[in-house]
Design a protein around this ligand. Structure first.
Ligand code: GLN
Length: 239
């Protein structure tokens, strides 16, 4: 169980460039759920030309291909540092365009290949048809097992090496519309195509990330009636 006086530092990477569909809500959910357990939360934004600080959780959101060009360039400067943080088992959560850039590369249909920082082994290629719609997916490591959200991407992501899917698609397209995988995990680096915001309506997954970040096995329960009613209302919602 968490101890009084614990602190949690959350680093938000490039919030001015990547923040689609209220991705900031993910930071708010982490902060809210940590503070309700008496944990002090320190938020640090990192923008272009700034250094990346030590943190317990690194978050990066989704965005348009145009913004991804600048972020791809910026991230290269911090690649070695962030690989080191991954290998120290720090928690990373990356949504959509951010997910693509924490992996090996994104090759859009038009334009240059955007190089990622390979925290995850995966690559993405642009597809002609965008995947836009509700998603329900199933994990094998949290209760309830479901994750819900909304996807909107042209990129098709294929996992390679030791990177595993985060969940299995029940409704929606997920990583590539072919292999029923959604998102990715390697060590404590998590990528997903789920916007929404994602964490506010998946409170069980939010707590899973908090436990990893705080290195604790259990966390005080909260009253999740509203969060779970949002979650349940989206389970199996048609695409
Ligand atoms: N530009 C990327 C794609 O369409 C990412 C989109 C997003 O972050 N929503 O695949």
């Amino acid at each position: 169980m968490e101890k009084e006086g614990k602190k949690l530092t959350i680093c938000h990477l490039y919030p001015k460039l990547l923040n689609l569909y209220g991705d900031i809500g993910n930071i708010k959910a982490l902060k809210y759920r940590a503070e309700n357990r008496g944990i002090e939360v320190i938020l640090k934004d990192v923008n272009v030309n700034e250094s990346v600080p030590e943190a317990d959780i690194y978050f990066i959101g989704g965005g348009q291909d145009r913004q991804q060009i600048d972020v791809s360039f910026e991230l290269q400067k911090h690649k070695e540092f962030l690989l080191q943080k991954r290998d120290e088992n720090k928690v990373f959560l990356a949504i959509c365009g951010g997910f693509q850039l924490l992996a090996d590369y994104f090759q859009p249909i038009k334009g240059e290949k955007l190089i990622g920082i390979s925290l995850l082994s995966a690559y993405t290629v642009g597809g002609k048809k965008r995947f836009i719609g509700n998603v329900t997916a199933k994990t094998d490591f949290i209760t309830p097992e479901t994750l819900v959200g909304f996807e909107n991407h042209s990129g098709r992501t294929y996992l390679t090496g030791e990177t595993k899917p985060l969940s299995k698609i029940i409704v929606g397209n997920g990583n590539n519309g072919e292999d029923l995988t959604e998102g990715a995990r390697f060590k404590n680096v998590f990528g997903t195509y789920l916007h929404g915001s994602f964490l506010p309506k998946n409170p069980h997954f939010t707590d899973y990330l908090l436990k990893l970040a705080l290195n604790i096995d259990s966390i005080l329960p909260l009253d999740d009636e509203i969060e779970m009613s949002a979650h349940n209302s989206l389970i199996n919602k048609p695409y």
